[in-house]
Design a protein around this ligand. Structure first.
Ligand SMILES: CC(C)(COP(=O)(O)OP(=O)(O)OC[C@H]1O[C@@H](n2cnc3c(N)ncnc32)[C@H](O)[C@@H]1OP(=O)(O)O)[C@@H](O)C(=O)NCCC(=O)NCCS
Length: 226
């Protein structure tokens, strides 16, 4: 009997994976699983970029600096790795010229019959505005729709987050509605716009190919070695 979704083998198809590479103005964008030894770079960027990141991220106990000190990373990394092994998440590091600059997290993976997940992302302000996140998310979404076999990816964004809204717009996400008081962010329950993309909406050849065709990125050989 035919199904709307393809038969898949393995507990978590498409993980672990290395994705890329796309060249943008600031360097070569690739993705790989987050690593235990990412802690120093993660902590340095996250503490330096508190003002850019805190307005958009879930509230949590402790100060920002406490929550992003280097000793916090092993626990976070272990939780991400465990979720990935369960098949519930794909926690990617974004690298530019092999240097950590951010993360793309595919979370809340629900398999048949929903085949759905959410995408979240952040990126070092030193390379913002160069198309790094758009390139990274394009590569991850192509992977999720093909190798992972997902049907729908959603993203929720505060209406005030112009840069993130623009990333979703460039990737062709469709606005679905407003979630009132959806998430406790930066100390209060904040409204979020909900966007989604399903496999039927993927451009022919995929999102990365579309970025290349639009002159927003250039395909290069990859993935590069560690
Ligand atoms: C959102 C974020 C990941 C974007 O990263 P990035 O690598 O700069 O993204 P890109 O360069 O691919 O695209 C950003 C786009 O937003 C535009 N932009 C930047 N600030 C903007 C603003 N205030 N209003 C509207 N557009 C804006 C940029 O010009 C660019 O568009 P363009 O290519 O048409 O010029 C980054 O700003 C970030 O980490 N923000 C904090 C964390 C966050 O918001 N995460 C998402 C939560 S939903």
């Amino acid at each position: 009997m035919a199904h709307a979704y393809p038969a898949r083998t393995g507990r978590h198809p498409g993980w672990p994976a290395r994705l890329g590479a796309l060249r943008v103005s600031v360097g070569v964008v690739e993705l790989r699983p987050v690593r235990l030894r990412d802690g120093a770079a993660w902590s340095e960027i996250r503490i330096r970029d508190e003002r850019n990141l805190a307005p958009w991220e879930p509230s949590a106990p402790g100060t920002w600096v406490q929550r992003h000190s280097i000793v916090e990373w092993p626990g976070r990394w272990a939780a991400l790795r465990a979720a990935a092994r369960r098949g519930a998440a794909l926690p990617f590091a974004i690298t530019v010229d092999r240097r950590l600059v951010g993360q793309v997290l595919i979370g809340n993976v629900v398999r048949e019959p929903l085949l759905s997940a959410y995408v979240g992302y952040w990126c070092d302000s030193r390379v913002n505005g160069a198309g790094v996140t758009t390139a990274a998310v394009a590569l991850v979404l192509d992977h999720c729709f093909v190798q992972v076999g997902l049907h729908r990816i959603e993203a929720t964004v505060r209406p005030e987050n112009g840069a993130s809204l623009r990333v979703l717009e460039k990737l062709g996400f469709r606005r679905e509605g407003l979630f009132s008081r959806y998430l406790d962010v930066d100390g209060a329950w904040r409204d979020h716009l909900c966007f989604a993309l399903t496999i039927e909406e993927l451009p022919v050849g995929g999102l990365a190919a579309q970025l290349v065709a639009r002159g927003r990125a250039e395909r290069v050989e990859g993935p590069h070695g560690a």
